[in-house]
Design a protein around this ligand. Structure first.
Ligand SMILES: [Zn+2]
Length: 321
């Protein structure tokens, strides 16, 4: 089944003639941003229904999406990444730390005085940019994580702050020539099933490799919340990076779909924070249709192939594996 998909993608690419290699999330973002027309859409409509919390740094918009759960949204950069501050009675977890364009530590400090631990949904640069601002960072025990903890150079990520990737000026001190992803120290490695006790709130780590080897979801079983990271959000889901493993993603999506009966809300990592759990069943169907060769992909100008579904799409590279 998988080979059929790969042939479909490859044939589709070949039909388009000579094409560059697959863009990774860090390589040519501005071309995607330019075509997305995202500036006219931000903040997206869903935010009007959420409770806004004012913070001093206007690079971010903060929303209270559930009791003691804040979405920290970066609407002015095309990734529209969303980090989450999850509070317990004794501690707080920052699930992702954003782009590292605005100073996320100051925002977190405005929202809570509790000790904060950082954990990333995965270690792509749009989620670890603020890690270095914190003393305690948990990380999945993978080689990919160790490599990405060394940071990314300006040359690797400068496209993320090109004018075409932005809807407003950069904060003072950040320029296209000095922006980079700082290296960060890992305090402790964790694995699938790890539990984070925040006092009155327990979060469970669910390994969902695929998008990256270190991708995780986070489950609050009692509140019935699931944070999906980049494994699902309402937008184009990127599965074209060299570190993406489509077979692993398929397995992980099946695992997430099994959780749906126990969930009331998904919190996702890009574009809009809140999605219904039924989306994971739709995602599961979509991925199976893709692998079965039932879903037909559209070739993109940069060589990727996009499979479009209701409310989201899946983009694979010309040479997925
Ligand atoms: Zn992301």
């Amino acid at each position: 089944m998988r080979r059929a998909i790969l042939r479909l993608a490859a044939a589709s690419v070949l039909a388009g003639g000579a094409l560059a290699c697959a863009p990774g999330p860090d390589i040519a973002p501005e071309s995607r941003a330019a075509t997305a027309g995202f500036c006219s859409n931000v903040p997206r409509g869903q935010y009007a229904d959420l409770e806004r919390v004012e913070v001093a740094d206007d690079w971010f918009e903060v929303y209270r999406v559930a009791p003691r759960v804040y979405a920290i949204y970066e609407p002015f950069q095309f990734q529209e990444v969303i980090s989450y501050l999850i509070l317990g009675e004794e501690g707080a977890l920052l699930f992702d730390a954003g782009m590292g364009i605005g100073g996320i530590r100051a925002v977190v400090d405005e929202l809570t005085a509790l000790p904060v631990t950082v954990l990333n949904s995965h270690t792509h640069m749009d989620h670890v940019g603020g890690n270095a601002e914190f003393e305690r960072v948990l990380a999945m025990d993978t080689e990919f994580t160790r490599t990405r903890a060394r940071g990314r150079t300006n040359a690797e990520v400068r496209g993320e702050v090109a004018a075409s990737a932005l809807c407003r000026a950069l904060p003072a001190g950040i320029t296209e020539d000095n922006y980079h992803t700082p290296a960060f120290e890992i305090s402790a490695f964790i694995d699938d099933g790890h539990r984070i006790e925040l006092g009155g709130r327990t979060l469970e780590v669910i390994a969902v490799p695929g998008h990256t080897p270190d991708a995780i979801a986070l489950l609050d079983r009692e509140a019935r919340f699931l944070w999906t990271g980049d494994s699902f959000y309402e937008g184009p889901i990127w599965l074209f990076a060299p570190e993406t493993d489509l077979e692993a993603y398929r397995t992980s999506v099946a695992r997430l779909a099994e959780l749906v009966p126990g969930l009331t809300t998904l919190f996702t990592a890009h574009n809009t924070p809140v999605a219904p759990p039924s989306r994971l069943l739709e995602l599961h169907d979509a991925v199976e249709a893709m692998f079965d060769g039932i879903a037909v992909g559209n070739r993109l100008g940069d060589g990727g192939v996009e499979f479009v579904f209701e409310g989201f799409s899946i983009i694979v590279g010309p040479d997925p594996r």
